[in-house]
Design a protein. Structure first.
Length: 219
């Protein structure tokens, strides 16, 4: 691992903070706004430097496909001690559900299809978090792709603009959450798709399963 310039360190810290707070990395545009860089080429220069120095990996130059090489550096400070691979105190096991249906316990044994182990520092919520496998491309513009595992913190409420999992009919759907005056708008992150509208009088808090707090992608 090579040393970083001040600007490269700022870029790396912004990417890390976005993943910690939102569960996914920022876009090139978001990095540019944060760093005061108008050109995406300028942002790419910093990202290429972080890749070259071993702090970052990218897949096919996609803006949402940034991956921190945190297994090699716990912090940007090179003085940090390397993590102990046998230490499980900071690891959370998240159960991944194959389906979610009304009237069934959320984490019933028959619903669990897999378990993934995640660093506790990267996932807020602990025991209140479950996983779901994404099917479809309704959230691709938010960096959530078909086949991804999303981590969902169980909660009956959400803030406007949060990415949530809602049970509409017998199907769980992943969408942006926008409460409007007369209806709840579940907005896809795909410009080719229309939102799902649920009348306010028909919406129940039990329909909101939780807020998406992270993404897991197997390569």
């Amino acid at each position: 691992m090579q040393g970083l310039t001040k600007r490269q360190l700022q870029t790396l810290d912004f990417i890390r903070q976005s993943i910690s707070d939102r569960g996914y990395p920022p876009t090139l545009r978001e990095i540019g706004v944060h760093m005061g860089i108008r050109s995406t080429n300028g942002v790419n220069d910093h990202l290429r430097a972080l890749e070259r120095k071993g702090y970052l990996r990218r897949e096919d130059m996609k803006s949402r496909a940034l991956k921190l090489v945190e297994s090699m550096v716990a912090q940007s400070d090179a003085k940090s001690a390397p993590p102990d691979p046998h230490d499980t105190a900071d690891v959370v096991e998240v159960q991944v559900l194959g389906r979610v249906a009304a009237g069934l316990p959320l984490l019933a044994e028959e619903n669990v299809i897999d378990t993934v182990r995640v660093d506790r520092g990267l996932l807020r919520g602990g025991r209140d978090v479950f996983g779901l496998r994404v099917a479809g491309d309704s959230m691709i513009e938010a960096g959530i792709l078909n086949g991804d595992y999303i981590f969902v913190r169980k909660q009956p409420t959400a803030d406007r603009g949060d990415v949530v999992v809602a049970l509409i009919g017998d199907e769980a759907t992943v969408k942006y959450y926008f409460p409007e005056r007369d209806y709840i708008r579940f907005q896809p992150a795909n410009s080719r798709m229309a939102p799902i509208l649920v009348r306010s009088m028909d919406f129940k808090s039990t329909m909101l399963l939780g807020k998406v707090v992270g993404i897991y992608r197997r390569l």
